[in-house]
Design a protein around this ligand. Structure first.
Ligand code: ATP
Ligand code: MG
Length: 385
């Protein structure tokens, strides 16, 4: 008999032939996340078991596991052999009061009692040994979960702590997050990572118009995302000259449109060089002039990679709620300026057209500006430490 952690995973079973790859990736990701601890990991069909860890570190380990994409729950369980006598003996020593329910799962059909028999008979054992306990199948105070798995072992536990869900990090490939210092883009990155995309990020800064602290803020945000995303390569690109050139040569109304088109071009070049298959932004429809349908069309038209905008349909409050839950909100609201706010025109165009944007761009040497910006980039690998 020993204490273990029983991990449940989500949608992996949907993936047919790829299932094995998904499972292996999930296991690698768990091992990476727990690399500072000693433990043993086993994988009897349908569950992952973590055992042989230092009991004092149990809560720390559970905490880390809740941030692994692909896991849906973790339970502190007791592991017994799948032996009727041993199970009944253990359950007879459980001390509870109030209402309870036994939830039994017999994954291994070779086990002599059916799930239903186990529930009835073990329920009887609990009642016999706890004078203040009553069965309530609908809203019990205590769930006693009993799982007989294929490894000839049985797991008994009370609660399941919710994990991050989604798909294993990296199972969907790699993509580039446009990371500003705002509230929306970290949330966008989190949501896409949750669907299995490993992230790299790019941040555009306009030093000295934007401060060193603004850059530090983005590094902090990236590190906070690493709690879920393990490791993020952050490309920091200087946007100063590009903004000055646009400011000097283009119609102020189109300034933000052109800026965003150049950001997308640079982002696509970074993707191609680093084998990243998509661009991610934190745009939300109608939030500002650059996020109208027409604006999005005009910025989108300069790239051919897919652009994922997971918060496009979210209200600000919904984005804020996620930002609070994942721990990025308090950093995002620090008051440092973003490059988008430098030389901000009073009346940015709300319904730009591709034709007019292309006309404005004739006044710039875009290829040279993009090339120079790429050459100036600094790369930092961020982790959660
Ligand atoms: P956020 O809260 O993410 O900053 P926002 O509501 O302020 O978004 P915009 O400033 O229009 O909106 O930016 C829209 C998206 O463009 C951002 O979500 C982000 O993905 C990208 N972006 C904006 N500024 C930068 C920047 N300086 N570096 C990298 N990406 C940026
Ligand atoms: Mg912003």
């Amino acid at each position: 008999m020993k204490k273990v952690l029983l991990l449940k995973f989500g949608e992996l079973f949907l993936k047919g032939k790829n299932k094995k790859d998904f499972e292996n990736l999930l296991i690698d990701n768990i091992k990476y996340k727990l690399s500072e601890f000693n433990f043993k990991l086993t994988f009897p069909m349908g569950r992952i078991i973590i055992s042989d860890y230092d009991e004092f570190e149990e809560d720390l380990i559970v905490n880390k596991l809740t941030t692994v994409f692909g896991l849906i729950g973790v339970s502190k369980a007791t592991e017994l052999s799948a032996d009727v006598e041993e199970i009944f003996n253990y359950v007879s020593q459980i001390k509870i009061s109030g209402t309870f329910r036994i939830n039994a799962k017999r994954a291994d059909k070779k086990f002599p009692l059916s799930s239903m028999d186990l529930e009835k008979q073990l329920g009887g054992v609990v009642l016999e040994n706890n004078k203040d306990a009553q069965v309530d199948l609908h809203t019990p105070k205590t769930y006693i979960n009993v799982e007989v798995r294929f490894n000839n072992l049985c797991y008994i536990y009370y609660e399941t702590i919710k994990c991050a869900g989604g798909l294993p990090l990296g199972s969907a490939g790699k993509a580039l997050l446009l990371l500003s210092g705002g509230i929306d883009s970290p949330v966008a990155g989190y949501l896409m990572a949750k669907r299995g995309l490993k992230l790299e990020a790019v941040h555009f800064h306009s030093y000295p118009y934007t401060s060193e602290q603004a850059k530090e803020k983005v590094i902090t945000l990236g590190k906070k995302l690493c709690k879920y995303c393990d490791e993020i390569k952050l490309h920091i690109v200087s946007f100063t000259k590009i903004q000055e050139q646009i400011h000097m040569n283009c119609d102020p109304e189109y300034m933000i449109t052109i800026m965003r088109r150049i950001m997308m071009r640079i982002a696509e070049k970074i993707c191609n060089k680093n084998e990243l298959g998509a661009i991610i932004t934190g745009e939300s429809l109608g939030q500002v002039a650059s996020q109208t349908m027409q604006s999005i069309n005009v910025t989108n038209s300069v790239v051919s990679l897919p652009v994922f905008r997971p918060v496009i349909a979210f209200d600000k409050e919904d984005i804020v709620e996620i930002a609070e839950n994942i721990g990025t909100f308090e950093t995002s609201i620090l008051p440092y300026e973003d490059c988008c706010t430098v030389f901000l025109p009073k009346y940015p165009v709300i319904k730009p057209t591709i034709k007019k944007a292309e006309y404005q761009e004739k006044f710039l040497d875009i290829d040279m500006l993009v090339e120079e910006a790429l050459n100036s980039q600094e790369e930092i690998v961020l982790t959660n430490n």
